[in-house]
Design a protein around this ligand. Sequence first.
Ligand code: ADP
Ligand code: MG
Length: 266
Amino acid sequence: PAPRPDRAHPRVIAFANQKGGVGKTTTAINLATVLAAQHKVLLLDLDPQGNASTGLGIERADRGAGTYALLVDGRPLAELLRPTPVPTLQLVPADADLAGAEVELVAMEDRERRLTQALAADPALRDSFDYILLDCPPSLGLLTLNALVAAHSVLVPLQTEFFALEGVSQITQTIERVKRALNPGLALEGILLTMYDRRNNLSELVAQDVRGFFKDKVFETVIPRNIRISEAPSHGLPVSLYDARSPGAQAYAALGAEMLRREKRA
Ligand code: ADP
Ligand code: MG
């Protein structure tokens, strides 16, 4: 039987969508921070651009060894953990070599399972976390595939814009293919509408469209377009530490609460 994803500990969640700029990294950082209020959380930056690393205050120049070392060199997870501004949130940054990983992984044995194996290599450390969040690059290559194979569920952010549903079949078909071939327990954690603009009627129409298509898979919480959300990463902070009262911080708090409610129900 497929593993019960709702009972998994730690719960491993991938943030994926082959489109760039839809809010994967923003959601990974800010949901990680919300969950870290009650849980021990690990965030892995799997995007060579390293926005999750920068957004948590680790500059490009001092990233050191990170997810490339973990996946390709087989360096132990314990050596790669870095602190963040949030005490109960640790990060494995994107190292400078990560851009080469897609190419190098192709030739490796178990190329889709490198991340799963890396986490399994130190079960005590892995299981000391309550959540492991995986921030994927904007492609469906081997880095994202490694995340989908290691994950219990996928959260797919969609930008609330006219073409929101365009291209969404690429990620949903990839999820189905991974379920069939590599990770039968993989679940859709949910679809998240991001950059919602309340002053624009189009946002509401797009939201209705997406809910019509994905039904209750869409989170009730929508993330508004909010300047504080986009400013926070340049200060190396999650939005709740940058401006806790901003609509953006409140929306991510609501998303975290909704996710925990859903988990309890499951
Ligand atoms: P992805 O990881 O999918 O490429 P990001 O999370 O990096 O997308 O977001 C793309 C850009 O949009 C970033 O500059 C980010 O700061 C900004 N952004 C994301 N979500 C919001 C939001 N809700 N309001 C305003 N800006 C946002
Ligand atoms: Mg990103």
